[in-house]
Design a protein around this ligand. Structure first.
Ligand SMILES: [Zn+2]
Length: 261
């Protein structure tokens, strides 16, 4: 399969992104609700099979030191987390390199619950994007696109969420390559899923990550929750990825401003 890729950074300009953000914030003027799109990350969270679990060590204690602090060791791609382009592209932008202009932005939510219920490796296809735009208006440059597959409801149950306890035969929905290419062409800045990965479980070579989105400078969010509380269009996403030098990603607080309709 030959996949054409864009230039090494996204072609969307900061002006375009600011324009999209201004329009989205204007729609919040009548009031908004906040939605938390992050799950709590703990040592028992369901993460990528084989990845090291979160480790927590007590460093300083209330009893003996008068205050409390811990040392946390985490895989960068655990729980609700961010993927920076460097995750798959040597020399690509790290989490610390991403400008906040690309972390606060409008979000479009494509509902694929019906097809995901019928096929656990269901993907967003170009036809889904076209149907979405016919119903909810165009996906504008400077937007993030998230899927609602219904998978977040399964995330306390490892087998229901991953489809497998090893990296063999994983099953969860994601984005297909042609749809991801179309969204890069639309000028989308980031993609998000309520599953273990942007590529579906049936794609162990991660073609979207490797060949489409990260080479084009897009970021990802994985293991989102509460995406069903957003609107198809109109909410504003805020992505609080820690600014750790060289970060390939990190567990991230993600929240959204949802206009009251
Ligand atoms: Zn990741």
């Amino acid at each position: 399969m030959s996949i054409s890729t864009q230039n090494s950074t996204t072609s969307v300009t900061t002006e375009t992104i600011v324009e999209a953000r201004d329009a989205a914030f204007a729609a919040l003027a009548g009031g908004f609700d906040l939605v938390d799109l992050s799950e709590t990350l703990g040592p028992d969270s369901v993460i990528w099979p084989g990845a090291p679990a979160l480790q927590v060590t007590e460093a300083v204690q209330h009893d003996t030191d008068g205050y409390h602090a811990r040392i946390v060791s985490t895989f960068e791609h655990a729980g609700t987390h961010f993927d920076a382009p460097e995750h798959f592209v040597p020399g690509g932008e790290s989490a610390a390199d991403i400008s906040i202009d690309r972390l606060v932005l409008p979000v479009a939510v494509i509902d694929i619950r019906e097809k995901a219920a019928a096929d656990p490796n269901a993907v967003v296809e170009p036809a889904d994007i076209e149907a979405f735009e016919a119903a909810h208006g165009p996906i504008r440059p400077g937007t993030a696109v998230v899927i609602n597959s219904g998978w977040a409801a399964r995330n306390a149950d490892v087998l229901a969420y991953t489809g497998s306890e090893t990296t063999e035969d994983l099953k969860f929905p994601g984005f297909g390559v042609p749809a991801a290419q179309l969204l890069v062409e639309r000028g989308v800045v980031g993609l998000g899923v309520d599953t273990l990965g942007i590529d579906p479980g049936s794609e162990p070579l991660f073609p979207v990550h490797r060949e489409v989105t990260h080479p084009a400078g897009l970021w990802h969010l994985e293991n989102l929750v509460n995406v069903d509380q957003l609107l198809a269009q109109g909410a504003v996403l805020a992505v609080g990825v820690p600014r750790i030098a060289g970060g390939t990603g990190f567990p991230t607080r993600v929240f959204a401003f949802v206009p009251r309709t």
